[in-house]
Design a protein around this ligand. Structure first.
Ligand code: TYM
Length: 342
């Protein structure tokens, strides 16, 4: 592997700083895990990493204020339970580092509205709303600020974030062109899992669509969720032959079930010698087994909320040191006074 470490599809050169973020919609789900989290865990072995819970992005959804703090802590538990290590990675909450929003404001000066309007996520989300909050349009500017505040060069994300990453690069280029070379143009790091579909087998797995399986769900809860999964729509009766290649349950098997069992699972589906319910039962067991250790760690963490808070406080202190240094330089170059700030 030489100087680089492999994370499926993309490699990160040594010495490049890694940043990524996740919205606190509570416990992470299988899409978050396969698209992002599991790469984060392996990247921290060789890289300086910053992992952020982006609560200020979450307010563009309609999360209730009294639920947000709990969701932040639940997501922190998910991070730590799958193996993010606060000694090796800086794990923190976006709003604990006020420089994120300040840099986002300053980036407004170089971000064309046309680019924001072209973002697929903006178009999808705004199409459902009668009155569109401007924060929904400006959302990717805050995302660019998250990344560039740490001058990160590598951003491990799922497919759905690639367009936002492209805009981040554009913002870095435009800012550098106007105020002098300073920000790197960060690369997206793709884990190779693609877009994980939800249990409906149609849309992206997403908390807001209610089609998720939580990574920390107890085994019987995993089964309750997985049993509702949509399989090959043409397989109506148990003795109809199935098509694993179009079945979302089968694609999840590929991620969680012992690879030696996969050919049999596919073969028995095609030959209709195993029904969908049995197939889902195996998947539910594989998922529950995969996260067994994570569930144990999560239970320990939930029992020590003070430790959890201390980890996030320590992360915020470390992140702020970096963030302050970047902002000082940025203000100077932009001719902003900013006295009285850290
Ligand atoms: P979010 O919170 O929706 O998702 C967090 C990470 O999980 C990935 N992901 C998925 N990957 C594959 N299949 C799925 N069904 C799936 N669902 C989620 C996402 O691609 C992402 O990597 N805007 C970001 C949060 C953010 C951010 C950042 C990310 C804010 N600032 C800076 C990177 C860098 C978001 O809403 O992700």
């Amino acid at each position: 592997m030489g100087d680089e470490m492999s994370t499926g599809e993309t490699t990160v050169p040594k010495g490049v700083r890694v940043f990524s973020g996740m919205q606190p919609s509570g416990e992470a789900h299988l899409g978050n895990y396969l698209g992002a989290l599991r790469q984060w865990v392996s990247l921290q072995d060789e890289h300086e990493c910053f992992f952020c819970i982006v609560d200020q992005h979450a307010i563009m959804g309609n999360v209730a204020p009294d639920e947000l703090p709990e969701r932040v802590l639940d997501l922190a538990v998910s991070f730590l339970a799958v193996g993010l290590d606060p000694e090796r990675s800086t794990i923190f909450v976006q709003s604990d580092v006020p420089e994120h929003t300040e840099l986002a404001w300053l980036f407004n000066a170089v971000t064309p509205v046309g680019n924001l309007e072209r973002m697929t996520q903006y178009k999808d989300k705004s199409a459902e709303l009668e009155s569109i909050p401007s924060g929904l349009l400006n959302y990717p500017i805050l995302q660019a600020a998250d990344i560039l505040l740490y001058r990160a060069g590598a951003v491990p994300v799922g497919e759905d974030q690639l367009q936002h990453l492209e805009l981040t690069r554009e913002i870095a280029r435009r800012w550098n062109a106007r105020y002098g070379e300073f920000f790197p143009e960060p690369e997206a790091i793709r884990g190779g899992a693609g877009r994980i579909l939800g249990l409906d087998g149609k849309a992206k797995m997403s908390k807001s669509l209610g089609n998720t399986v939580g990574i920390l769900a107890e085994p019987d809860e995993v089964w309750d969720r997985v049993r509702t999964a949509v399989t090959d729509p043409q397989r109506i009766r148990r003795d109809d032959p199935g098509r694993p290649e179009v079945c979302n349950v089968f694609s999840l098997h590929r991620h969680f079930t012992d690879p030696d069992r996969i050919p049999d699972i596919a073969g028995q589906c095609r030959a209709a010698t195993r029904g969908c319910v049995d197939c889902k039962r195996i998947l539910a067991d594989s998922i529950a087994d995969h996260f067994e250790e994570a569930r144990e760690r999560a239970a320990e963490l939930r029992a020590s909320p003070d430790l959890l808070r201390e980890i996030l406080d320590q992360g915020a202190r470390r992140a702020r040191t970096e963030a302050r240094a970047t902002l000082k330089e940025v203000r100077e170059r932009m001719g902003i006074r900013g006295r009285g700030r850290g």
